[in-house]
Write a protein that binds this ligand. Structure first.
Ligand SMILES: [Zn+2]
Length: 339
């Protein structure tokens, strides 16, 4: 992406007059633009999301997580473990640390039906608030998916050519988005709460990783939990909010986004119109919602999506322009909770 600002004016003062005039006016324009950016929270916030959250970065994360080499990231397999290490490394590069009081990035839980030896790994990164405080906000997305071939008993049979459920949209997109949010909030100097970023595992097995995490959670200090799911194939160029209760969420998010992007009429965050699907019980916000009053999922894709839980949910089916827009909008809108 083109950076809107160039901090070095092109040379030319020594070459000829016309070029020096161009250079001078270019520098002055840059100055005015800088002044405008500082004076306007709208321009400043947009400039920041545009420079930090990029399509290339989202694509790099998706290319790894949705690759065949991770074999569909089934919880408890080598592919899922590789994904966990990749995510921890990305969290570290984004400026996060392991949770204070823990020894590392991973929070393990037993995989159901596989004895105590096989564990799933939630990956957790921490960003301290801009000043000392105990309260926190959780951003989460599950990184596990369905694995490959004959592991599956409850999905359509995979075709012979392709056995791997890559889970690009479900939910490499959500993970890629929270990694971008981590970078974005790490660059903020006004984070009111500690921010905890969690890539859950065990979601596809029945919200197992988030349930294990919720059991241990001291929830009194958690102000909100924001979960991201399937942001790469939009149904109507908007996201929708899945939650039990809290009918003010859409308004809170849309108003905050409108304040920052200067487009209050857009209403990017819509309602969950799939009530028969009972989505409010089907993602990782649900176990958290039993302990945290404000816990919800932001989704972009319809549950009736053609590629949902199919081997064709691949990198090539992702609408990266939408994923980029959604991630930037979520970063700005969630300042309602973080600022
Ligand atoms: Zn799924």
């Amino acid at each position: 992406m083109n950076h809107p600002l160039q901090f070095h004016a092109p040379g030319g003062f020594y070459i000829n007059d016309s070029l020096s005039i161009t250079s001078l006016s270019y520098s002055m324009k840059t100055c005015w633009l800088l002044i405008a950016l500082c004076a306007s929270p709208v321009l400043f916030a947009q400039h920041k999301t545009d420079s930090i959250i990029t399509k290339t970065s989202l694509q790099e994360t998706l290319a790894v997580l949705a690759s065949d080499s991770l074999e569909g990231r089934l919880t408890g397999t080598i592919g899922a473990e590789k994904a966990a290490y990749f995510i921890a490394d990305k969290m570290m590069r984004a400026g996060l640390t392991p949770l204070p009081g823990t020894t590392g990035w991973f929070d393990s839980f037993p995989v159901p039906g596989q004895g105590k030896k096989t564990v799933g790994l939630n990956v957790i990164g921490f960003l301290p608030a801009s000043w000392q405080i105990d309260s926190s906000i959780i951003f989460s997305a599950h990184y596990d998916h369905l694995g490959k071939g004959k592991n599956l008993t409850y999905m359509e049979p995979p075709d012979k050519e392709d056995e791997i459920y890559n889970g690009a949209n479900d939910n490499a997109t959500g993970v890629a988005a929270i990694l971008e949010l981590a970078k974005y909030y790490a660059a903020n100097t006004h984070n009111r709460y500690n921010l905890v970023f969690i890539a859950f595992s065990g979601e596809e097995m029945g919200l197992v990783g988030s349930t294990a995490y919720a059991k241990k959670l001291k929830s009194k200090t958690v102000k909100a939990a924001i979960n991201l799911e399937m942001l790469g194939r939009p149904t109507n160029e908007r996201c929708y909010i899945v939650a039990l209760g809290n009918h003010h969420l859409r308004k809170q998010l849309n108003t905050t986004l409108g304040k920052f992007n200067g487009n209050p009429a857009e209403k990017f965050f819509g309602a969950d119109t799939y009530s028969e699907e009972q989505l409010e019980y089907r993602s990782d916000h649900y176990p958290l919602s039993r302990k945290i009053k404000t816990a919800f999922t932001i989704m972009g894709t319809s549950p009736a999506d053609d590629y949902y839980h199919s081997v064709d949910d691949e990198f090539g089916t992702i609408d990266f322009d939408f994923l980029l827009k959604a991630t930037r909008n979520i970063a700005l809108a969630c300042e309602y909770f973080t600022r």
